[in-house]
Design a protein around this ligand. Structure first.
Ligand code: NAD
Length: 493
């Protein structure tokens, strides 16, 4: 494996010998389960690392370590300032080791290295953002006018666990472990079995950042490990990012076990609405980005496009030209920084998306794409369907690939009705030059995020999460922080 440009010679992450085991008590130890095969999605070839999944025994060990660190270990006595310093150091180490972390994540996920190198500063900035909170946590108090002085404290939950999807594992790691650690919890991360090398690479920085053993651990494995964690009696919180189906299972397991707290960041079928008064070139940029970035494997991907009838022909011609050009350039090596559009994550995802496309083609007209890629690797051309019927799977279900469904509308009311015609409610994008209309629509569209004249926006300060089947709770910002504390009231006579 060749080091990407910019890898410092003293990198703590060795891409020749990537961390290939689970991370417990600040040490890498081999899991006792089956080997988890990893394939490079650009050619389907095996990646030469042998990683064994965690077993129930490994899970119990991790939880015991985390509990001990939380209750009696040095961590339990750390001040906010100490937590701030360690999180800041972790952020610095992520930056310093960024090229190697990005490279390892690109290998197993197929995500373009160019994109992952851009994501590293976002990961470190989330750690830094939450480091800033660690020594600023405070509570409330109420006067003793009734003879009782009331103190309200925010206390850490205890042992928290992050279970994540493959499509942005590094960011999810910082979104979950950042606020968990800032508030004094211990954390166990369980990245997707499809893509975990980057999260393990971050684990290899934890000791150098100064965290005591048991504070930040990583378990690898598939849904079986996730299910052991979500039904564990000594875990206080699961923060999950993944599909709605798995999210429901996790919530159910949490309820049936110890009623652990649950945050769910789930799927979407997000709408983009383009009005005739929009800047169409800018709208085109954001709309095409919204379905092709990360090869459409984005929870907030705008996979349903609604265009006002008066401009539909002209706008869709532009969409066709733009996405058609991308189809001609499939097959770029994701580990080459010149590549911006990669394959989907694995054979299973390739089959799933291809099945959606083939089924869609039976009933619905294709504007562009739809053809199968004939060479090696899990590449899929951006595919646009025109006016699918309301009962079609391509219209109703999350595809999690570069597949866009288009309809036209005449009035604002019609646009709102179409946008809300889904079980999901993660994100939406509205393109118009009329600010009054933008605000009207932002109130009527039922999504956790509304982007006006932009798309897929996410940042440290502002919360993100879903309405309806897109999730429960919020991540990022102060709202995300609040999901990692319990509120305690003390009455003093
Ligand atoms: P997935 O639900 O199949 O898997 C996600 C994680 O859950 C993996 O780590 C997996 O091992 C684990 N898991 C599987 N079964 C489990 C079980 N029974 N109990 C506990 N854990 C289990 O999702 P995926 O296919 O990896 O990711 C794609 C999905 O994630 C899409 O639906 C996408 O929209 C969603 N997603 C949401 C967000 C968001 O922030 N809302 C972000 C990214 C992805």
């Amino acid at each position: 494996m060749a080091a990407p440009n910019g890898t410092p010679s003293n990198s703590l992450v060795d891409i020749e010998k990537p961390p290939s085991s689970i991370f417990l008590n600040n040490e890498f130890v081999q899991g006792q389960g089956d080997v988890l095969p990893l394939f490079n999605p650009k050619d389907g070839k095996k990646i030469p690392v042998e990683v064994r999944a965690a077993t129930e025994e490994d899970v119990d060990k991790a939880v015991r370590n985390a509990r001990e660190a939380f209750e009696t270990g040095p961590w339990s006595k750390w001040t906010g300032e100490q937590r701030m310093k360690a999180l800041t150091k972790l952020a610095d180490l992520v930056d310093e080791n960024g090229p190697a972390i990005a490279y390892l994540e690109s290998l197993c996920s197929g995500r373009p290295l160019s994109m992952l190198l851009g994501e590293i500063p976002r990961v470190s900035s989330t750690f830094r953002y939450y480091a800033g909170w660690a020594d600023k946590l405070k509570g409330d108090s109420y006067p003793a006018e009734d003879g009782f002085y009331k103190i309200v404290r925010k206390e850490p939950l205890g042992v928290c666990c992050g279970i994540t999807a493959w499509n942005a594992s590094l960011m999810f790691c910082s979104w979950k472990s950042g606020p968990a650690l800032a508030t004094g919890n211990t954390v166990i991360m369980k990245p997707s079995e499809k893509s975990f090398l980057g999260t393990l690479a971050i684990a290899s920085l934890v000791q150098a950042a100064g965290f005591p053993p048991g504070v930040f651990q990583v378990l690898v494995g598939d849904g079986k490990v996730g299910s052991l964690l979500s039904s564990h009696m000594d875990i206080d919180k699961i923060s999950f990012t993944g599909s709605t189906a798995t999210g429901k299972r996790i919530q159910d397991a949490a309820t049936k076990s110890n009623l652990k707290r649950v945050t769910l960041e789930l799927g979407g079928k997000s709408p983009a609405l383009v009005f005739d008064d929009a800047d169409l070139d800018k709208a085109l940029f954001w709309v095409t980005l919204g379905i092709t970035v990360n090869t459409g494997q984005v929870c907030a991907a705008t996979s349903r496009l609604f265009v006002q009838k008066s401009i539909a022909d002209a706008f869709l011609e532009k969409v066709k030209a733009s996405l058609g050009a991308m189809s001609q350039a499939l097959g770029g090596d994701p580990q080459d920084t010149a590549t911006h559009y990669g394959p989907v994550v694995d054979a299973q995802q390739f089959q799933k998306v291809t099945d959606f496309i083939n089924e869609g083609k039976k009933r619905t007209k294709v504007l562009t794409g739809g053809q199968e890629y004939q060479k090696e690797g899990y590449y899929i051309a951006p595919t646009v369907f025109l006016d699918p019927e309301p009962d079609e799977k391509i219209w109703r279900e999350e595809i999690f690939g570069p597949v866009l469904c288009v309809k036209t509308f005449e009035t604002e009311e019609e646009a709102i009705q179409l946008a809300n015609d889904t079980q999901y409610g993660l994100s939406s994008a509205i393109f118009t030059s009329d600010i009054a209309r933008a605000l009207r629509l932002a109130s009527s569209v039922r999504t956790g995020t509304v982007n006006v004249n932009c798309n897929l926006m996410v940042g440290n300060q502002a919360p993100m999460g879903g309405f309806r089947s897109s999730g429960v709770g919020r991540e990022l910002g102060e709202y995300g922080l609040a999901q990692y504390t319990e509120t305690k009231t003390i009455w003093i006579r």
